[in-house]
Design a protein around this ligand. Structure first.
Ligand SMILES: C[S@@+](CC[C@H](N)C(=O)[O-])C[C@H]1O[C@@H](n2cnc3c(N)ncnc32)[C@H](O)[C@@H]1O
Length: 193
């Protein structure tokens, strides 16, 4: 089935958890991965893998299966991802359990978290739960990258999210606007390494 249709089906099943009606464009995916150099000692953890719009570019820069974990909540999407990306280590799980998923994997330190979770539409307890997990990795030296859509950039929940992150890690590095995406958006990066 076409990736856009799979994605739309996932959105209709769980609108607030998916948060967008189309997968990220190649332009946004490339922006999300700019400067990211995963290795077995600096693995990348992808949160909210969806239909794999970013994973398909990640698989070109991930050197082997010991350098990547993808975490996706929706079991139907996980089945699709495992079929389409047999070389990538995709876990069906909750980003709120990122630390225990990482420990169970036995893989090396996480150097990068590439996060596509829709923080703007997720309930505050999920957002805070995920950010508490992120904090455990940031304490060890890590780079966290996420995206925010331009039309929602000044919504109270988007502002709240940036405030929470700034209080912990200082001002974000914001990309230029990626216009070739529906909807257009920015990437935001915080780093502690
Ligand atoms: C906006 S989509 C992003 C998909 C893809 N990365 C992209 O850029 O097109 C968000 C994804 O996060 C997943 N998700 C939502 N809450 C989650 C959670 N707590 N843990 C793991 N995945 C979650 C959804 O099922 C959905 O596939």
């Amino acid at each position: 089935m076409n990736e856009n249709i799979e994605f739309l089906q996932a959105f209709l099943k769980n609108p607030t958890k998916v948060g967008s009606i189309t997968p990220s464009s190649p332009e946004l995916a490339m922006k999300m991965l700019e400067g990211i150099e995963p290795s077995a000692e600096n693995i990348v953890i992808e949160l909210g893998v969806g239909t794999g719009a970013i994973t398909k570019f990640l698989q070109d820069i991930v050197p082997d299966e010991r350098s990547y974990i993808g975490i996706e909540l929706d079991p139907d999407l996980v089945e699709l991802l495992r079929r389409n990306f047999p070389e990538m280590n995709i876990v069906c799980g909750n980003a709120m359990e990122m630390e225990s998923i990482h420990k169970r994997s036995g893989l090396g330190k996480a150097g990068y978290i590439v996060c596509c979770l829709p923080f703007v539409s997720l309930p505050a307890e999920v957002r805070n739960g995920v950010l508490d997990e992120v904090e455990k990795f940031m304490q060890l030296g890590c780079e966290f990258r996420t995206l925010q859509y331009a039309h929602g950039y000044y919504l109270p929940s988007a502002i709240k999210f940036r405030e929470l992150m700034r209080n912990r890690y200082g001002k974000e590095k914001k990309s230029s606007l990626v216009v070739k995406n529906v909807p257009p958006g920015y990437t935001l990066t915080w780093a502690t390494k």
